[in-house]
Design a protein around this ligand. Structure first.
Ligand code: NAP
Ligand code: GDD
Length: 344
């Protein structure tokens, strides 16, 4: 019997990589996409061309994480062995602008799935897409499964609710429900307003003479950036482990936004010279033209200054470790971007 997976958030970065992974593992994959006025399946459209995709092993359904009826009906209809909850309003800065919606989707959405599981089939395994944003104002360094949380945004607070409600349902109803606490992970499929993609896309366009300037916010925030392809493998391993537990997934290496910019510039052979401080800091190309400037609007009301994880537990028990480093990530993102054709 083939295993059946149901993915909420199938149209996102991770949804795309996870779908491919599960199809290669011979799962039947049901994906939940939400209704939008323009087509939102660009990250998964190519999957239908893959040789391992047969007619009925990848099926999309309309649904929404803020709509409990659709969630209940989809779980009932698709009868999954595993559910992956990747659906979220996943942009931290945007969560300050739409906090109520973010809470509805990112916090209560998880409760809706969990409650449907215990009503329909408590044997379903559940993966919750938790985040290193829950560590926020970090309480110890590096962060592991025992580090106390201190979220700094409506997004982080919502994810923390999801973390604890997943543990609460696991303990109360003995279901196989797990939290992955994933640090930042990127890829060519990363959303365009996250900082890595924004930097790569703009700098490739600057290199090709299609853009003049890139505006950024806090250059000194530090992140532990991995590759999404590695991280979806961890999600799957988490649900195959003998016990339902919570897991930190990260690289253990940390770079600032400015270091990321410099690495992309180096790959593109752009010679950057940084001058000035604070809001007046600028990066010049060949000493003359400023190509990067700072804009106050890209700073957040409360920042997560530094994140660096410790994935020893996953290394030891899941036998998981990242296979791709930051240089590979940048090469992958830049090469993808350079191959894009733009209408402008
Ligand atoms: P993403 O690219 O933003 O994808 C989010 C997915 O959720 C998209 O498919 C989106 O649909 C869907 N979605 C949003 N609101 C929804 C709603 N109301 N109902 C149904 N679906 C909805 O995010 P990602 O980078 O793949 O991340 C996947 C998950 O991991 C998210 O929960 C994120 O918060 C979490 N996470 C990500 C990272 C990271 O660094 N990438 C780290 C830790 C945790 P549309 O395509 O229609 O927008
Ligand atoms: N987006 C963005 N745009 N961020 C900027 C910019 C800019 O112009 N300039 C500086 N930054 C800084 C942000 O202030 C933040 O400190 C850092 O770059 C990373 O920002 P994002 O790429 O937006 O990611 P994030 O760390 O806030 O959140 C991502 O990772 C989380 C895991 O830690 C998202 O994928 C979340 O969904 C995920 O949970």
């Amino acid at each position: 019997m083939k295993k059946v997976a149901l993915i909420f958030g199938v149209t996102g970065q991770d949804g795309s990589y996870l779908t491919k992974l599960l199809l290669k593992k011979k799962y039947i994959v049901h994906g939940v996409k939400r209704r939008s006025s323009s087509i939102n399946t660009s990250r998964i459209d190519d999957i239908y061309q893959e040789p391992f995709v047969k007619k009925k092993n990848f099926i999309l359904h309309y649904g929404d994480i803020t709509d409990g009826i659709s969630i209940f009906n989809l779980i009932k209809k698709t009868k999954p062995d595993e559910i992956y909850n990747l659906a979220a309003q996943s942009h931290v800065a945007v969560s300050f602008k739409i906090p109520e919606y973010t809470t509805n989707a990112d916090a209560v959405g998880t409760l809706r799935i969990l409650d449907s599981i215990i009503k329909l089939n408590p044997k379903i395994k559940f993966y919750q897409a938790g985040s290193s944003e829950m560590y926020g104002k970090v309480q110890s360094f590096p962060q592991n499964e025992k580090t106390p949380f201190y979220p700094r945004s409506p997004y982080g607070v919502s994810k923390l609710y999801s973390h604890w409600i997943t543990i609460n349902y696991r303990e109360s109803y003995k279901i196989f429900a797990c939290n992955g606490i994933l640090f930042n992970h990127e890829s060519p499929l990363r959303g365009e307003t996250f900082v890595t993609k924004k930097i790569v896309k703009a700098m490739c366009k600057i290199k090709n003479g299609r853009q003049k300037k890139l505006y950024l916010g806090n250059l000194y925030a530090k992140r532990d950036w991995g590759h999404a392809e590695d991280y979806v493998e961890a999600m799957w391993r988490i649900l195959q482990y003998k016990n339902p537990e919570d897991w930190v997934i990260c690289t253990g290496k940390q770079y600032s936004v400015k270091q990321f910019v410099n690495l992309v510039a180096k790959y593109l052979r752009l010679k950057l010279i940084w001058k000035g401080k604070g809001l007046y800091e600028k990066a010049y190309l060949e000493k003359k033209v400023p190509i990067i400037e700072i804009k106050k609007e890209y700073f957040r009301p409360a920042e997560v200054d530094t994140l660096k994880g410790d994935a020893s537990k996953a290394r030891k028990f899941l036998k998981w470790k990242p296979s791709k480093n930051i240089n590979y990530l940048i090469k992958d993102m830049v090469e993808y971007e350079l191959n894009q054709t733009y209408e402008d």
